[in-house]
Design a protein around this ligand. Structure first.
Ligand code: KIV
Ligand code: ZN
Length: 509
């Protein structure tokens, strides 16, 4: 019987708090649902005391999810802990995750406390959390730069106080696999009550070792790993969930350990995160990168044609990358469309399928083959969307080497149609200037990028934009076979998100 490793996903907390990865509440809920379907054991939904928005999102997630634990983060003080509890108390299985540093560097320079004072604070925090729930996790921040014996003392005390998971974070991504493995073994051998708690690890990736360190910890007795989808997180990120899950699955023969992750849902989950945050993963990223299963070398291709075993250690299908033999086109019906979506790892109700199918029909009128990537984009655009105050009703652009780029835009604003025309430095600039004027936005455009979704000449263009207003940034995206239309859609999507965030802020959410 192989060892069960618990996956604690912190995409919505450590991941979300990192630059460029901010999500709004509906997006967080969507991610949480997908993580639940992916089979993670614990979702750290956020840091409830950080803001009212964080609190609301954690609460909603806690009240919605049925099959996994929902954790709320709290510093080691009563206010944080009580606020975290308020947010998660309606979860099927709530967990309070409280933390304080144990390294002398942090004690001296940040907390200005003695080692004994920290022990008292940590123990009191765990006792406070225990008043709310038996399910308490304690994290010794900067554990890997802490004195090992002192760390063991803190862990023993918090376990006595009732912590049932003790987390050993490599907060600054400083440790290396052999050393970290040794530390976990040391904790197992020197914390006398360690059998009453699960050892967890939380590795950052500053030296590119987040996953390797987590695996070394598992080999030495850690049974919970904290990680994120696509490895997003503070600075260089956290250990990547998909890599850890697939290392254990692919090398079960070696580790004799496994997770509950439904590996076929890895790729759709990764895509969901990139589509929400606009931060794509590098092409050579293990498991989910665009080239992760692309074989270019002639020798490799020759081997693969003879047997997949020659150069393929995992099947792309096993992580949810499906290359369907069934290419959809304009004659494909609703049934085939739904089947394709389900094969891709998504599950939606009739109403959502109908929405997506309508868009698919429009697309297949202008595009001969509709690939999985196109369908993914339809899902992101049509199903995972936020309320639309502004809608693009019509766009006409003239441009060329001897023409002043001119755009005519018709926008529906809360159901009323307005039209304006104007010029710009190029077709996108002209379009954006008019939209900006019509919406009367003071937001600034920070980022604009265009990618091709598939490789054909009639491929859809995918545009990401990032806009900012009074410190609030949002990402917008749009796709179309016409990249000017895709650009307009992306900008309008960002403006709708901004409106939505502002409205929620005004409503105090
Ligand atoms: O990196 C870290 O130490 C953390 C803790 C809050 C667990 O994120
Ligand atoms: Zn962290």
């Amino acid at each position: 019987m192989s060892e069960r490793i618990f996956i604690f996903d912190t995409t919505l907390r450590d991941g979300e708090q990192s630059p460029g990865n901010t999500m709004n509440t509906p997006e967080k809920l969507r991610v949480a649902r997908q993580l639940e379907a992916l089979g993670v054991d614990i979702i750290e939904a956020g840091f409830p005391i950080a803001s009212d928005g964080d609190f609301e999102a954690v609460k909603l997630i806690a009240e919605t999810l049925k099959n996994c634990e929902v954790a709320g983060l709290a510093r080691a003080n009563n206010d944080d802990i009580d606020r975290a509890w308020e947010a998660i108390k309606n979860a099927q299985k709530p967990r309070i995750h409280t933390f304080i540093s144990t390294s002398d560097i942090h004690l001296k320079h940040q907390f200005k406390k003695t080692r004994d004072e920290i022990v008292t604070i940590a123990v009191n925090a765990v006792k406070r959390a225990k008043k709310h729930t038996p399910n308490v996790e304690f994290s010794a921040m900067d554990a890997t730069r802490s004195d090992w014996d002192y760390l063991c003392k803190v862990l023993a005390e918090v376990i006595d106080a009732g912590a049932i998971t003790v987390n050993v974070p490599d907060t600054v991504g400083y440790t290396v696999p052999a050393e970290f493995g040794e530390l976990i073994r040391y904790i197992k051998g020197n914390v006398q009550n360690i059998d009453k708690a699960i050892i967890s690890v939380h590795c950052h990736n500053d030296l590119g070792l987040g996953v390797a360190n987590s695996i070394a910890a598992i080999q030495n007795g850690a049974r919970q790993v904290e990680c994120t989808i696509n490895g997003i997180g503070e600075r260089a990120g956290n250990a990547s969930l998909e890599e850890i899950a697939m290392i254990l699955r692919t090398r079960k023969d070696y580790f004799d350990a496994d997770t509950r992750i439904v590996s076929e849902k890895i790729y759709p989950t990764s895509k969901l995160i990139t589509s929400i945050t606009g931060s794509s993963v590098q092409a050579n990223k293990a498991i989910v990168g665009a080239n992760a299963f692309a074989h270019e070398s002639g020798i490799h291709q020759d081997g693969l044609l003879k047997s997949k075993l020659t150069y393929e250690i995992m099947r792309p299908e096993s992580v949810g990358i499906t290359k369907s033999s069934l290419v959809l086109g304009k004659h494909s019906g609703r049934h085939a469309f739904r089947e394709r979506i389900e094969e891709m790892g998504y599950s939606f109700g009739d109403q959502e399928i109908n929405l997506a199918f309508k868009r698919f029909k429009t697309l297949s009128d202008v595009k001969k083959y509709v690939y999985d990537e196109d369908i993914e984009m339809i899902i992101m655009d049509e199903i995972y969307k936020i309320p639309e105050k502004f809608k693009l009703a019509y766009l006409n652009v003239t441009c060329g080497n001897n023409t002043v780029p001119t755009a005519t835009v018709r926008l529906e604003v809360d159901g009323t149609t307005y039209q304006e025309a104007g010029i710009g430095d190029g077709p996108v600039d002209a379009t954006y200037k008019i939209i900006k004027k019509m919406v009367k936005t003071t937001s600034k455009l920070l980022k604009f990028s265009v990618n091709s979704i598939t490789k054909d000449m009639d491929a859809q263009g995918e545009v990401f934009v990032k806009i900012e207003e009074k410190g609030q940034t949002v990402i917008g995206k749009g796709a179309d076979t016409d990249i000017i239309v895709a650009s307009a859609k992306a900008y309008i999507n960002a403006l709708n998100k901004l409106e939505y965030v502002k409205k929620r802020k005004n409503e105090g959410m």
